[in-house]
Design a protein around this ligand. Sequence first.
Ligand SMILES: Cc1cc2nc3c(=O)[nH]c(=O)nc-3n(C[C@H](O)[C@H](O)[C@H](O)COP(=O)(O)OP(=O)(O)OC[C@H]3O[C@@H](n4cnc5c(N)ncnc54)[C@H](O)[C@@H]3O)c2cc1C
Length: 423
Amino acid sequence: MSLNIKETTKKRVVIVGAGFAGLSLARKLAKSEFEVVLLDRYNYHQFQPLFYQVAMAGLEPSAISFPLRKVFQKSKNVIIRICELESIDTEKNEVHTSLGSLQYDHLVLSMGATTNFFGNEELEKNALTMKSTEDALYLRNKILLDYESALLTADYDKRQGYIDIVIVGGGATGVELAGALAEMRNFILPKDYKELDNSEVDIYLIQSGEKLLQGMSEKSSRKALEFLQKIGVEVLLNTRVTSVDGEYVKTNTDKSIRAKKVIWAAGITCRTIEGLRSDCYCRGNRIAVDRSHLIKGYKNVYALGDLAFMEEEKYPNGHPQVAQVAIQQARNLAKILKGKSESPFSYKDLGSMATIGRNKAVVDLPSFSFTGFFAWIMWLIVHLASLIGVRNRFLVLFNWMWNYVTYDQSLRLIIRTKNRKAP
Ligand SMILES: Cc1cc2nc3c(=O)[nH]c(=O)nc-3n(C[C@H](O)[C@H](O)[C@H](O)COP(=O)(O)OP(=O)(O)OC[C@H]3O[C@@H](n4cnc5c(N)ncnc54)[C@H](O)[C@@H]3O)c2cc1C
């Protein structure tokens, strides 16, 4: 197997990962003097902030995914290969992938983060994650199939296992997911599953800390809790999950919840990369970089986005692992590679937000916070504007308007792949 990329006289930048960071960098270097080789295990960019809407059957995966080859149709200097990074050899300036090896002049690592199960194998085996479009579709199928199974289950306790859902982690992902699930229960279930008693369906959000949305303002976390409780989510604060066996979820407060579906949104970590010195890693397995994005101790190997740990006066514990950081870092590195910037990177916080169902969101801007309907409108606008492609924006806008007006979503298909066992 070979990557089949010809020798070039141009300087070659190899970017691993076409997420927010890798894709932004490749776009900035498109039509530059470099040869850009973009490697990813998928042939599309995934808009992770809207995964949960795919899982809730509110959006089709194609609305939040964008084919990489389409992005670079007009950029002759960008080469794309769909493969998995296996290791790197920084002595020989080579990457080794599932398709073969390739030399680089500059290597940029932007493979993002993965779910952190904190070494708990039981959890890893039984909990669901939300880190890819595949995960979101799997969850969608599982929810719908379990509702179908619940219809056939006369025993109340067994039925609870099918219909109750536990989300672990009270960050933005957990909060948004809990809100969307509660809306699905409140508006969709009574229409589609008339025989099920929707008051039996419990949605739990379990958070180990004393508040939701830890990184956000006091006002936003208080309001998020209030919104969730209002739509019937049972929020358990100061509670740790101790066991998830596929039937029951147990907590350190001796609570036992019968639920087959547990969504783990309680932390992320980064995979180690074979060939990188072990002293590069710091907290959460992130890779320590300097303010020019160079991995400490290397002259031509960079890390961006969730993967990178960069200290700044304002961020002694590294930047938050969010899309804006990845995008801003990528833009800055593009300038550095093109010789247009020598200044150290500084993250400009544009604010953070989370939505909790229809008409409800919380927004923290650098100077003030607001919540409710206008926050929700702002959330919609920001997410719509951040999507790649006019078609995707149109699709998402149309779906949102349709769902808003009809209190319904039209995408509840159970689609199983041919050779895969039903979840
Ligand atoms: C469910 C969810 C909701 C989120 N909501 C928000 C939000 O509302 N706002 C916000 O700002 N941030 C949000 N985030 C965080 C945000 O998505 C990340 O901070 C951002 O994606 C990081 O960008 P990145 O480029 O570092 O990595 P990613 O965007 O994760 O991209 C990594 C890329 O690398 C590829 N890859 C990984 N390993 C390999 C390998 N070995 N070989 C080849 N390719 C590989 C992956 O396929 C992927 O395309 C959310 C994240 C999740 C999971």
